[in-house]
Design a protein around this ligand. Sequence first.
Ligand SMILES: [Fe+2]
Length: 301
Amino acid sequence: MDCSKAQKIGRIYDYLTAALALIALVIIYIDWRADSHMSAIGYLFVIGLVLIIYGVFFEPRRLSIRHYKEKLVKDPKSWIRIVFLSDFHAGGFRPKGWYERVAAEAQSLDPDVFILGGDYVEESASAIQEIKAISKVTAHLGKYFVLGNHDFLDRPQFIRETLSNWGLVDLTNAHVTIRKGERDVQLSALDDHWHGRPLIPPLRVSDEIPHITVAHEPDAILDFKTGDTDLILAGHTHGGQIRLPLIGSLAPIPAKLGRKVSRRRKFINGTPMIISQGCGETDFGARLFCPAQIVVVEIGI
Ligand SMILES: [Fe+2]
């Protein structure tokens, strides 16, 4: 099935599940008002059960693709397509075949730049072998990575070396200038906010050239002020993994900024930030209204 068809079907699942849940809630409300309390509780139980079954067995099979367009200069002459993946958590709840599927979808998006945002493994560094397919994605202008907090639980240097041996460039506290057409963009990445030593302020070599920062934890934005960078790409939150329409994430978001940075595009401290929902799970192997995600950003420079 091609990407766009899978995306449309995924969205239909979301709308159908939300519509059914809403209809059921209205029935429960009517029952409750009519003093049929037992019947209302019964419906509530059924809805909960349906959502649990959907979240454990169906939604984890979905892979969504979220597109963004960011003009980093007023009058862009070139556009660079970044494909950004984060939070694989290999050795956790996903089989190896899942990462092969993620890699195939990422490749089909024909990236100029391919960026990995950390949390390659859930705990054991050896599990990184399960995501080897990801390293085979080709990109016209380069492939880069930074580690996430989970990668520090077991032999972070081994994970770093493995990714480097697979042909990805370690961008931790480093920068690179990428050229497309007549225009340049700088790309840098910060060491992990929890366990590493992120460079503050971040590496911005020139105010003339637009600048993108990759940081595993979205809280990194707290150390930025307007003009330090033009865009941050982050992961870490997994979107909360379990969400309900209108309510948002049911679990607390592991960030000082909390729900403000659970997912999507935010604008904080004068800086835009795009937060991925991740490609894997931690703590439990379920997702609800928050499918695994590939982020695609068209950068105008
Ligand atoms: Fe993570």
